[in-house]
Design a protein around this ligand. Sequence first.
Ligand SMILES: Nc1nc2c(ncn2[C@@H]2O[C@H](COP(=O)(O)OP(=O)(O)OP(=O)(O)O)[C@@H](O)[C@H]2O)c(=O)[nH]1
Length: 308
Amino acid sequence: MPFQTPLILLTGPLGSGKTTLLQHMVQSSALRLALLINEFGEFGIDGKLVKGKNLQIIELEGGCVCCSLIGEFEAALEEIIETAAPEAIVVEATGVAEPDALVFDVSDLIPQVRMDGVITIMDADAMVAFPDLGHTIQIQVKEADLLLLNKSDLVSPNQQQSLQTKLRTLNSNAPIIPTTYCQVDPELLFGLVHHQRVQPQEHSHQLEYQSFSYRPIAPLQRSCFERLVKKLGPEVYRAKGFVPFPDGNYLFNYVNGRWTLESLPEEEAGLLVFIGQDIKSKEAQIMESLRACEISQVAPRPFNHTAS
Ligand SMILES: Nc1nc2c(ncn2[C@@H]2O[C@H](COP(=O)(O)OP(=O)(O)OP(=O)(O)O)[C@@H](O)[C@H]2O)c(=O)[nH]1
């Protein structure tokens, strides 16, 4: 049998820690990796956050690799194998992706690739806030060969225990590892064996999730931006991107009311993506508030005394 490149699929709800795990894998693995990143929302941000040597990154935007982009996904895999000859391919699927269709198509349609394992990253904090797991999240859990119960630092040991029990009822086989910032022994991430557990079914996406993006045309006043973030309502579940402040660019990460701003060592064009349910109803208001935080680049016009 010809050599098959192992493929690892990272899934999990929006903001659960997929990019964090990708960064950890890249930093801790000696393998020559190729990354295929598929984000929800129009513009790629995650691809700019993962850096490493010997790394090939392809981003697929504007749809989901589990359905509308499946053709592009296959073409990208074939191209990446031909041009970069990676020792392993890691795919970060959008938070709204249902992995059953993808797993099925990969193993059947691309003979050069072997499905190694599905790693599902769950957000312990979000599981406490939203105990009813939706259809897509349930499939992500059921299809997992390894479950990371991430953000363990944000829940109590008792809560963590009951979350593990809950995950176990959906998936009785996959090991469950509690993690903080996805810090897990990299040995456990490679060489998994995938077991198809969910029969692929026709699915429609969680249409209730919508996104919009904002490109600043001037640096933002930080205090104004922070006031705005504190006032964001439940319509915004996830936001991320690069914000220019007068003292430099920052990475903004927002998940279900918790947020961070991290100074960026490199210049990145300002861009923010907002994702949530029924978020379109708030788009105009949020955009207007963001624009109001921009420090005007235009010098005030001098008062003209000369009469014509
Ligand atoms: N407190 C805490 N924060 C975490 C942990 N893991 C990740 N985060 C933070 O959660 C935010 C989202 O993490 P990402 O890795 O970007 O999540 P993601 O799943 O790639 O997000 P999407 O691609 O938008 O679905 C970031 O601010 C991370 O730093 C953790 O274990 N504890």
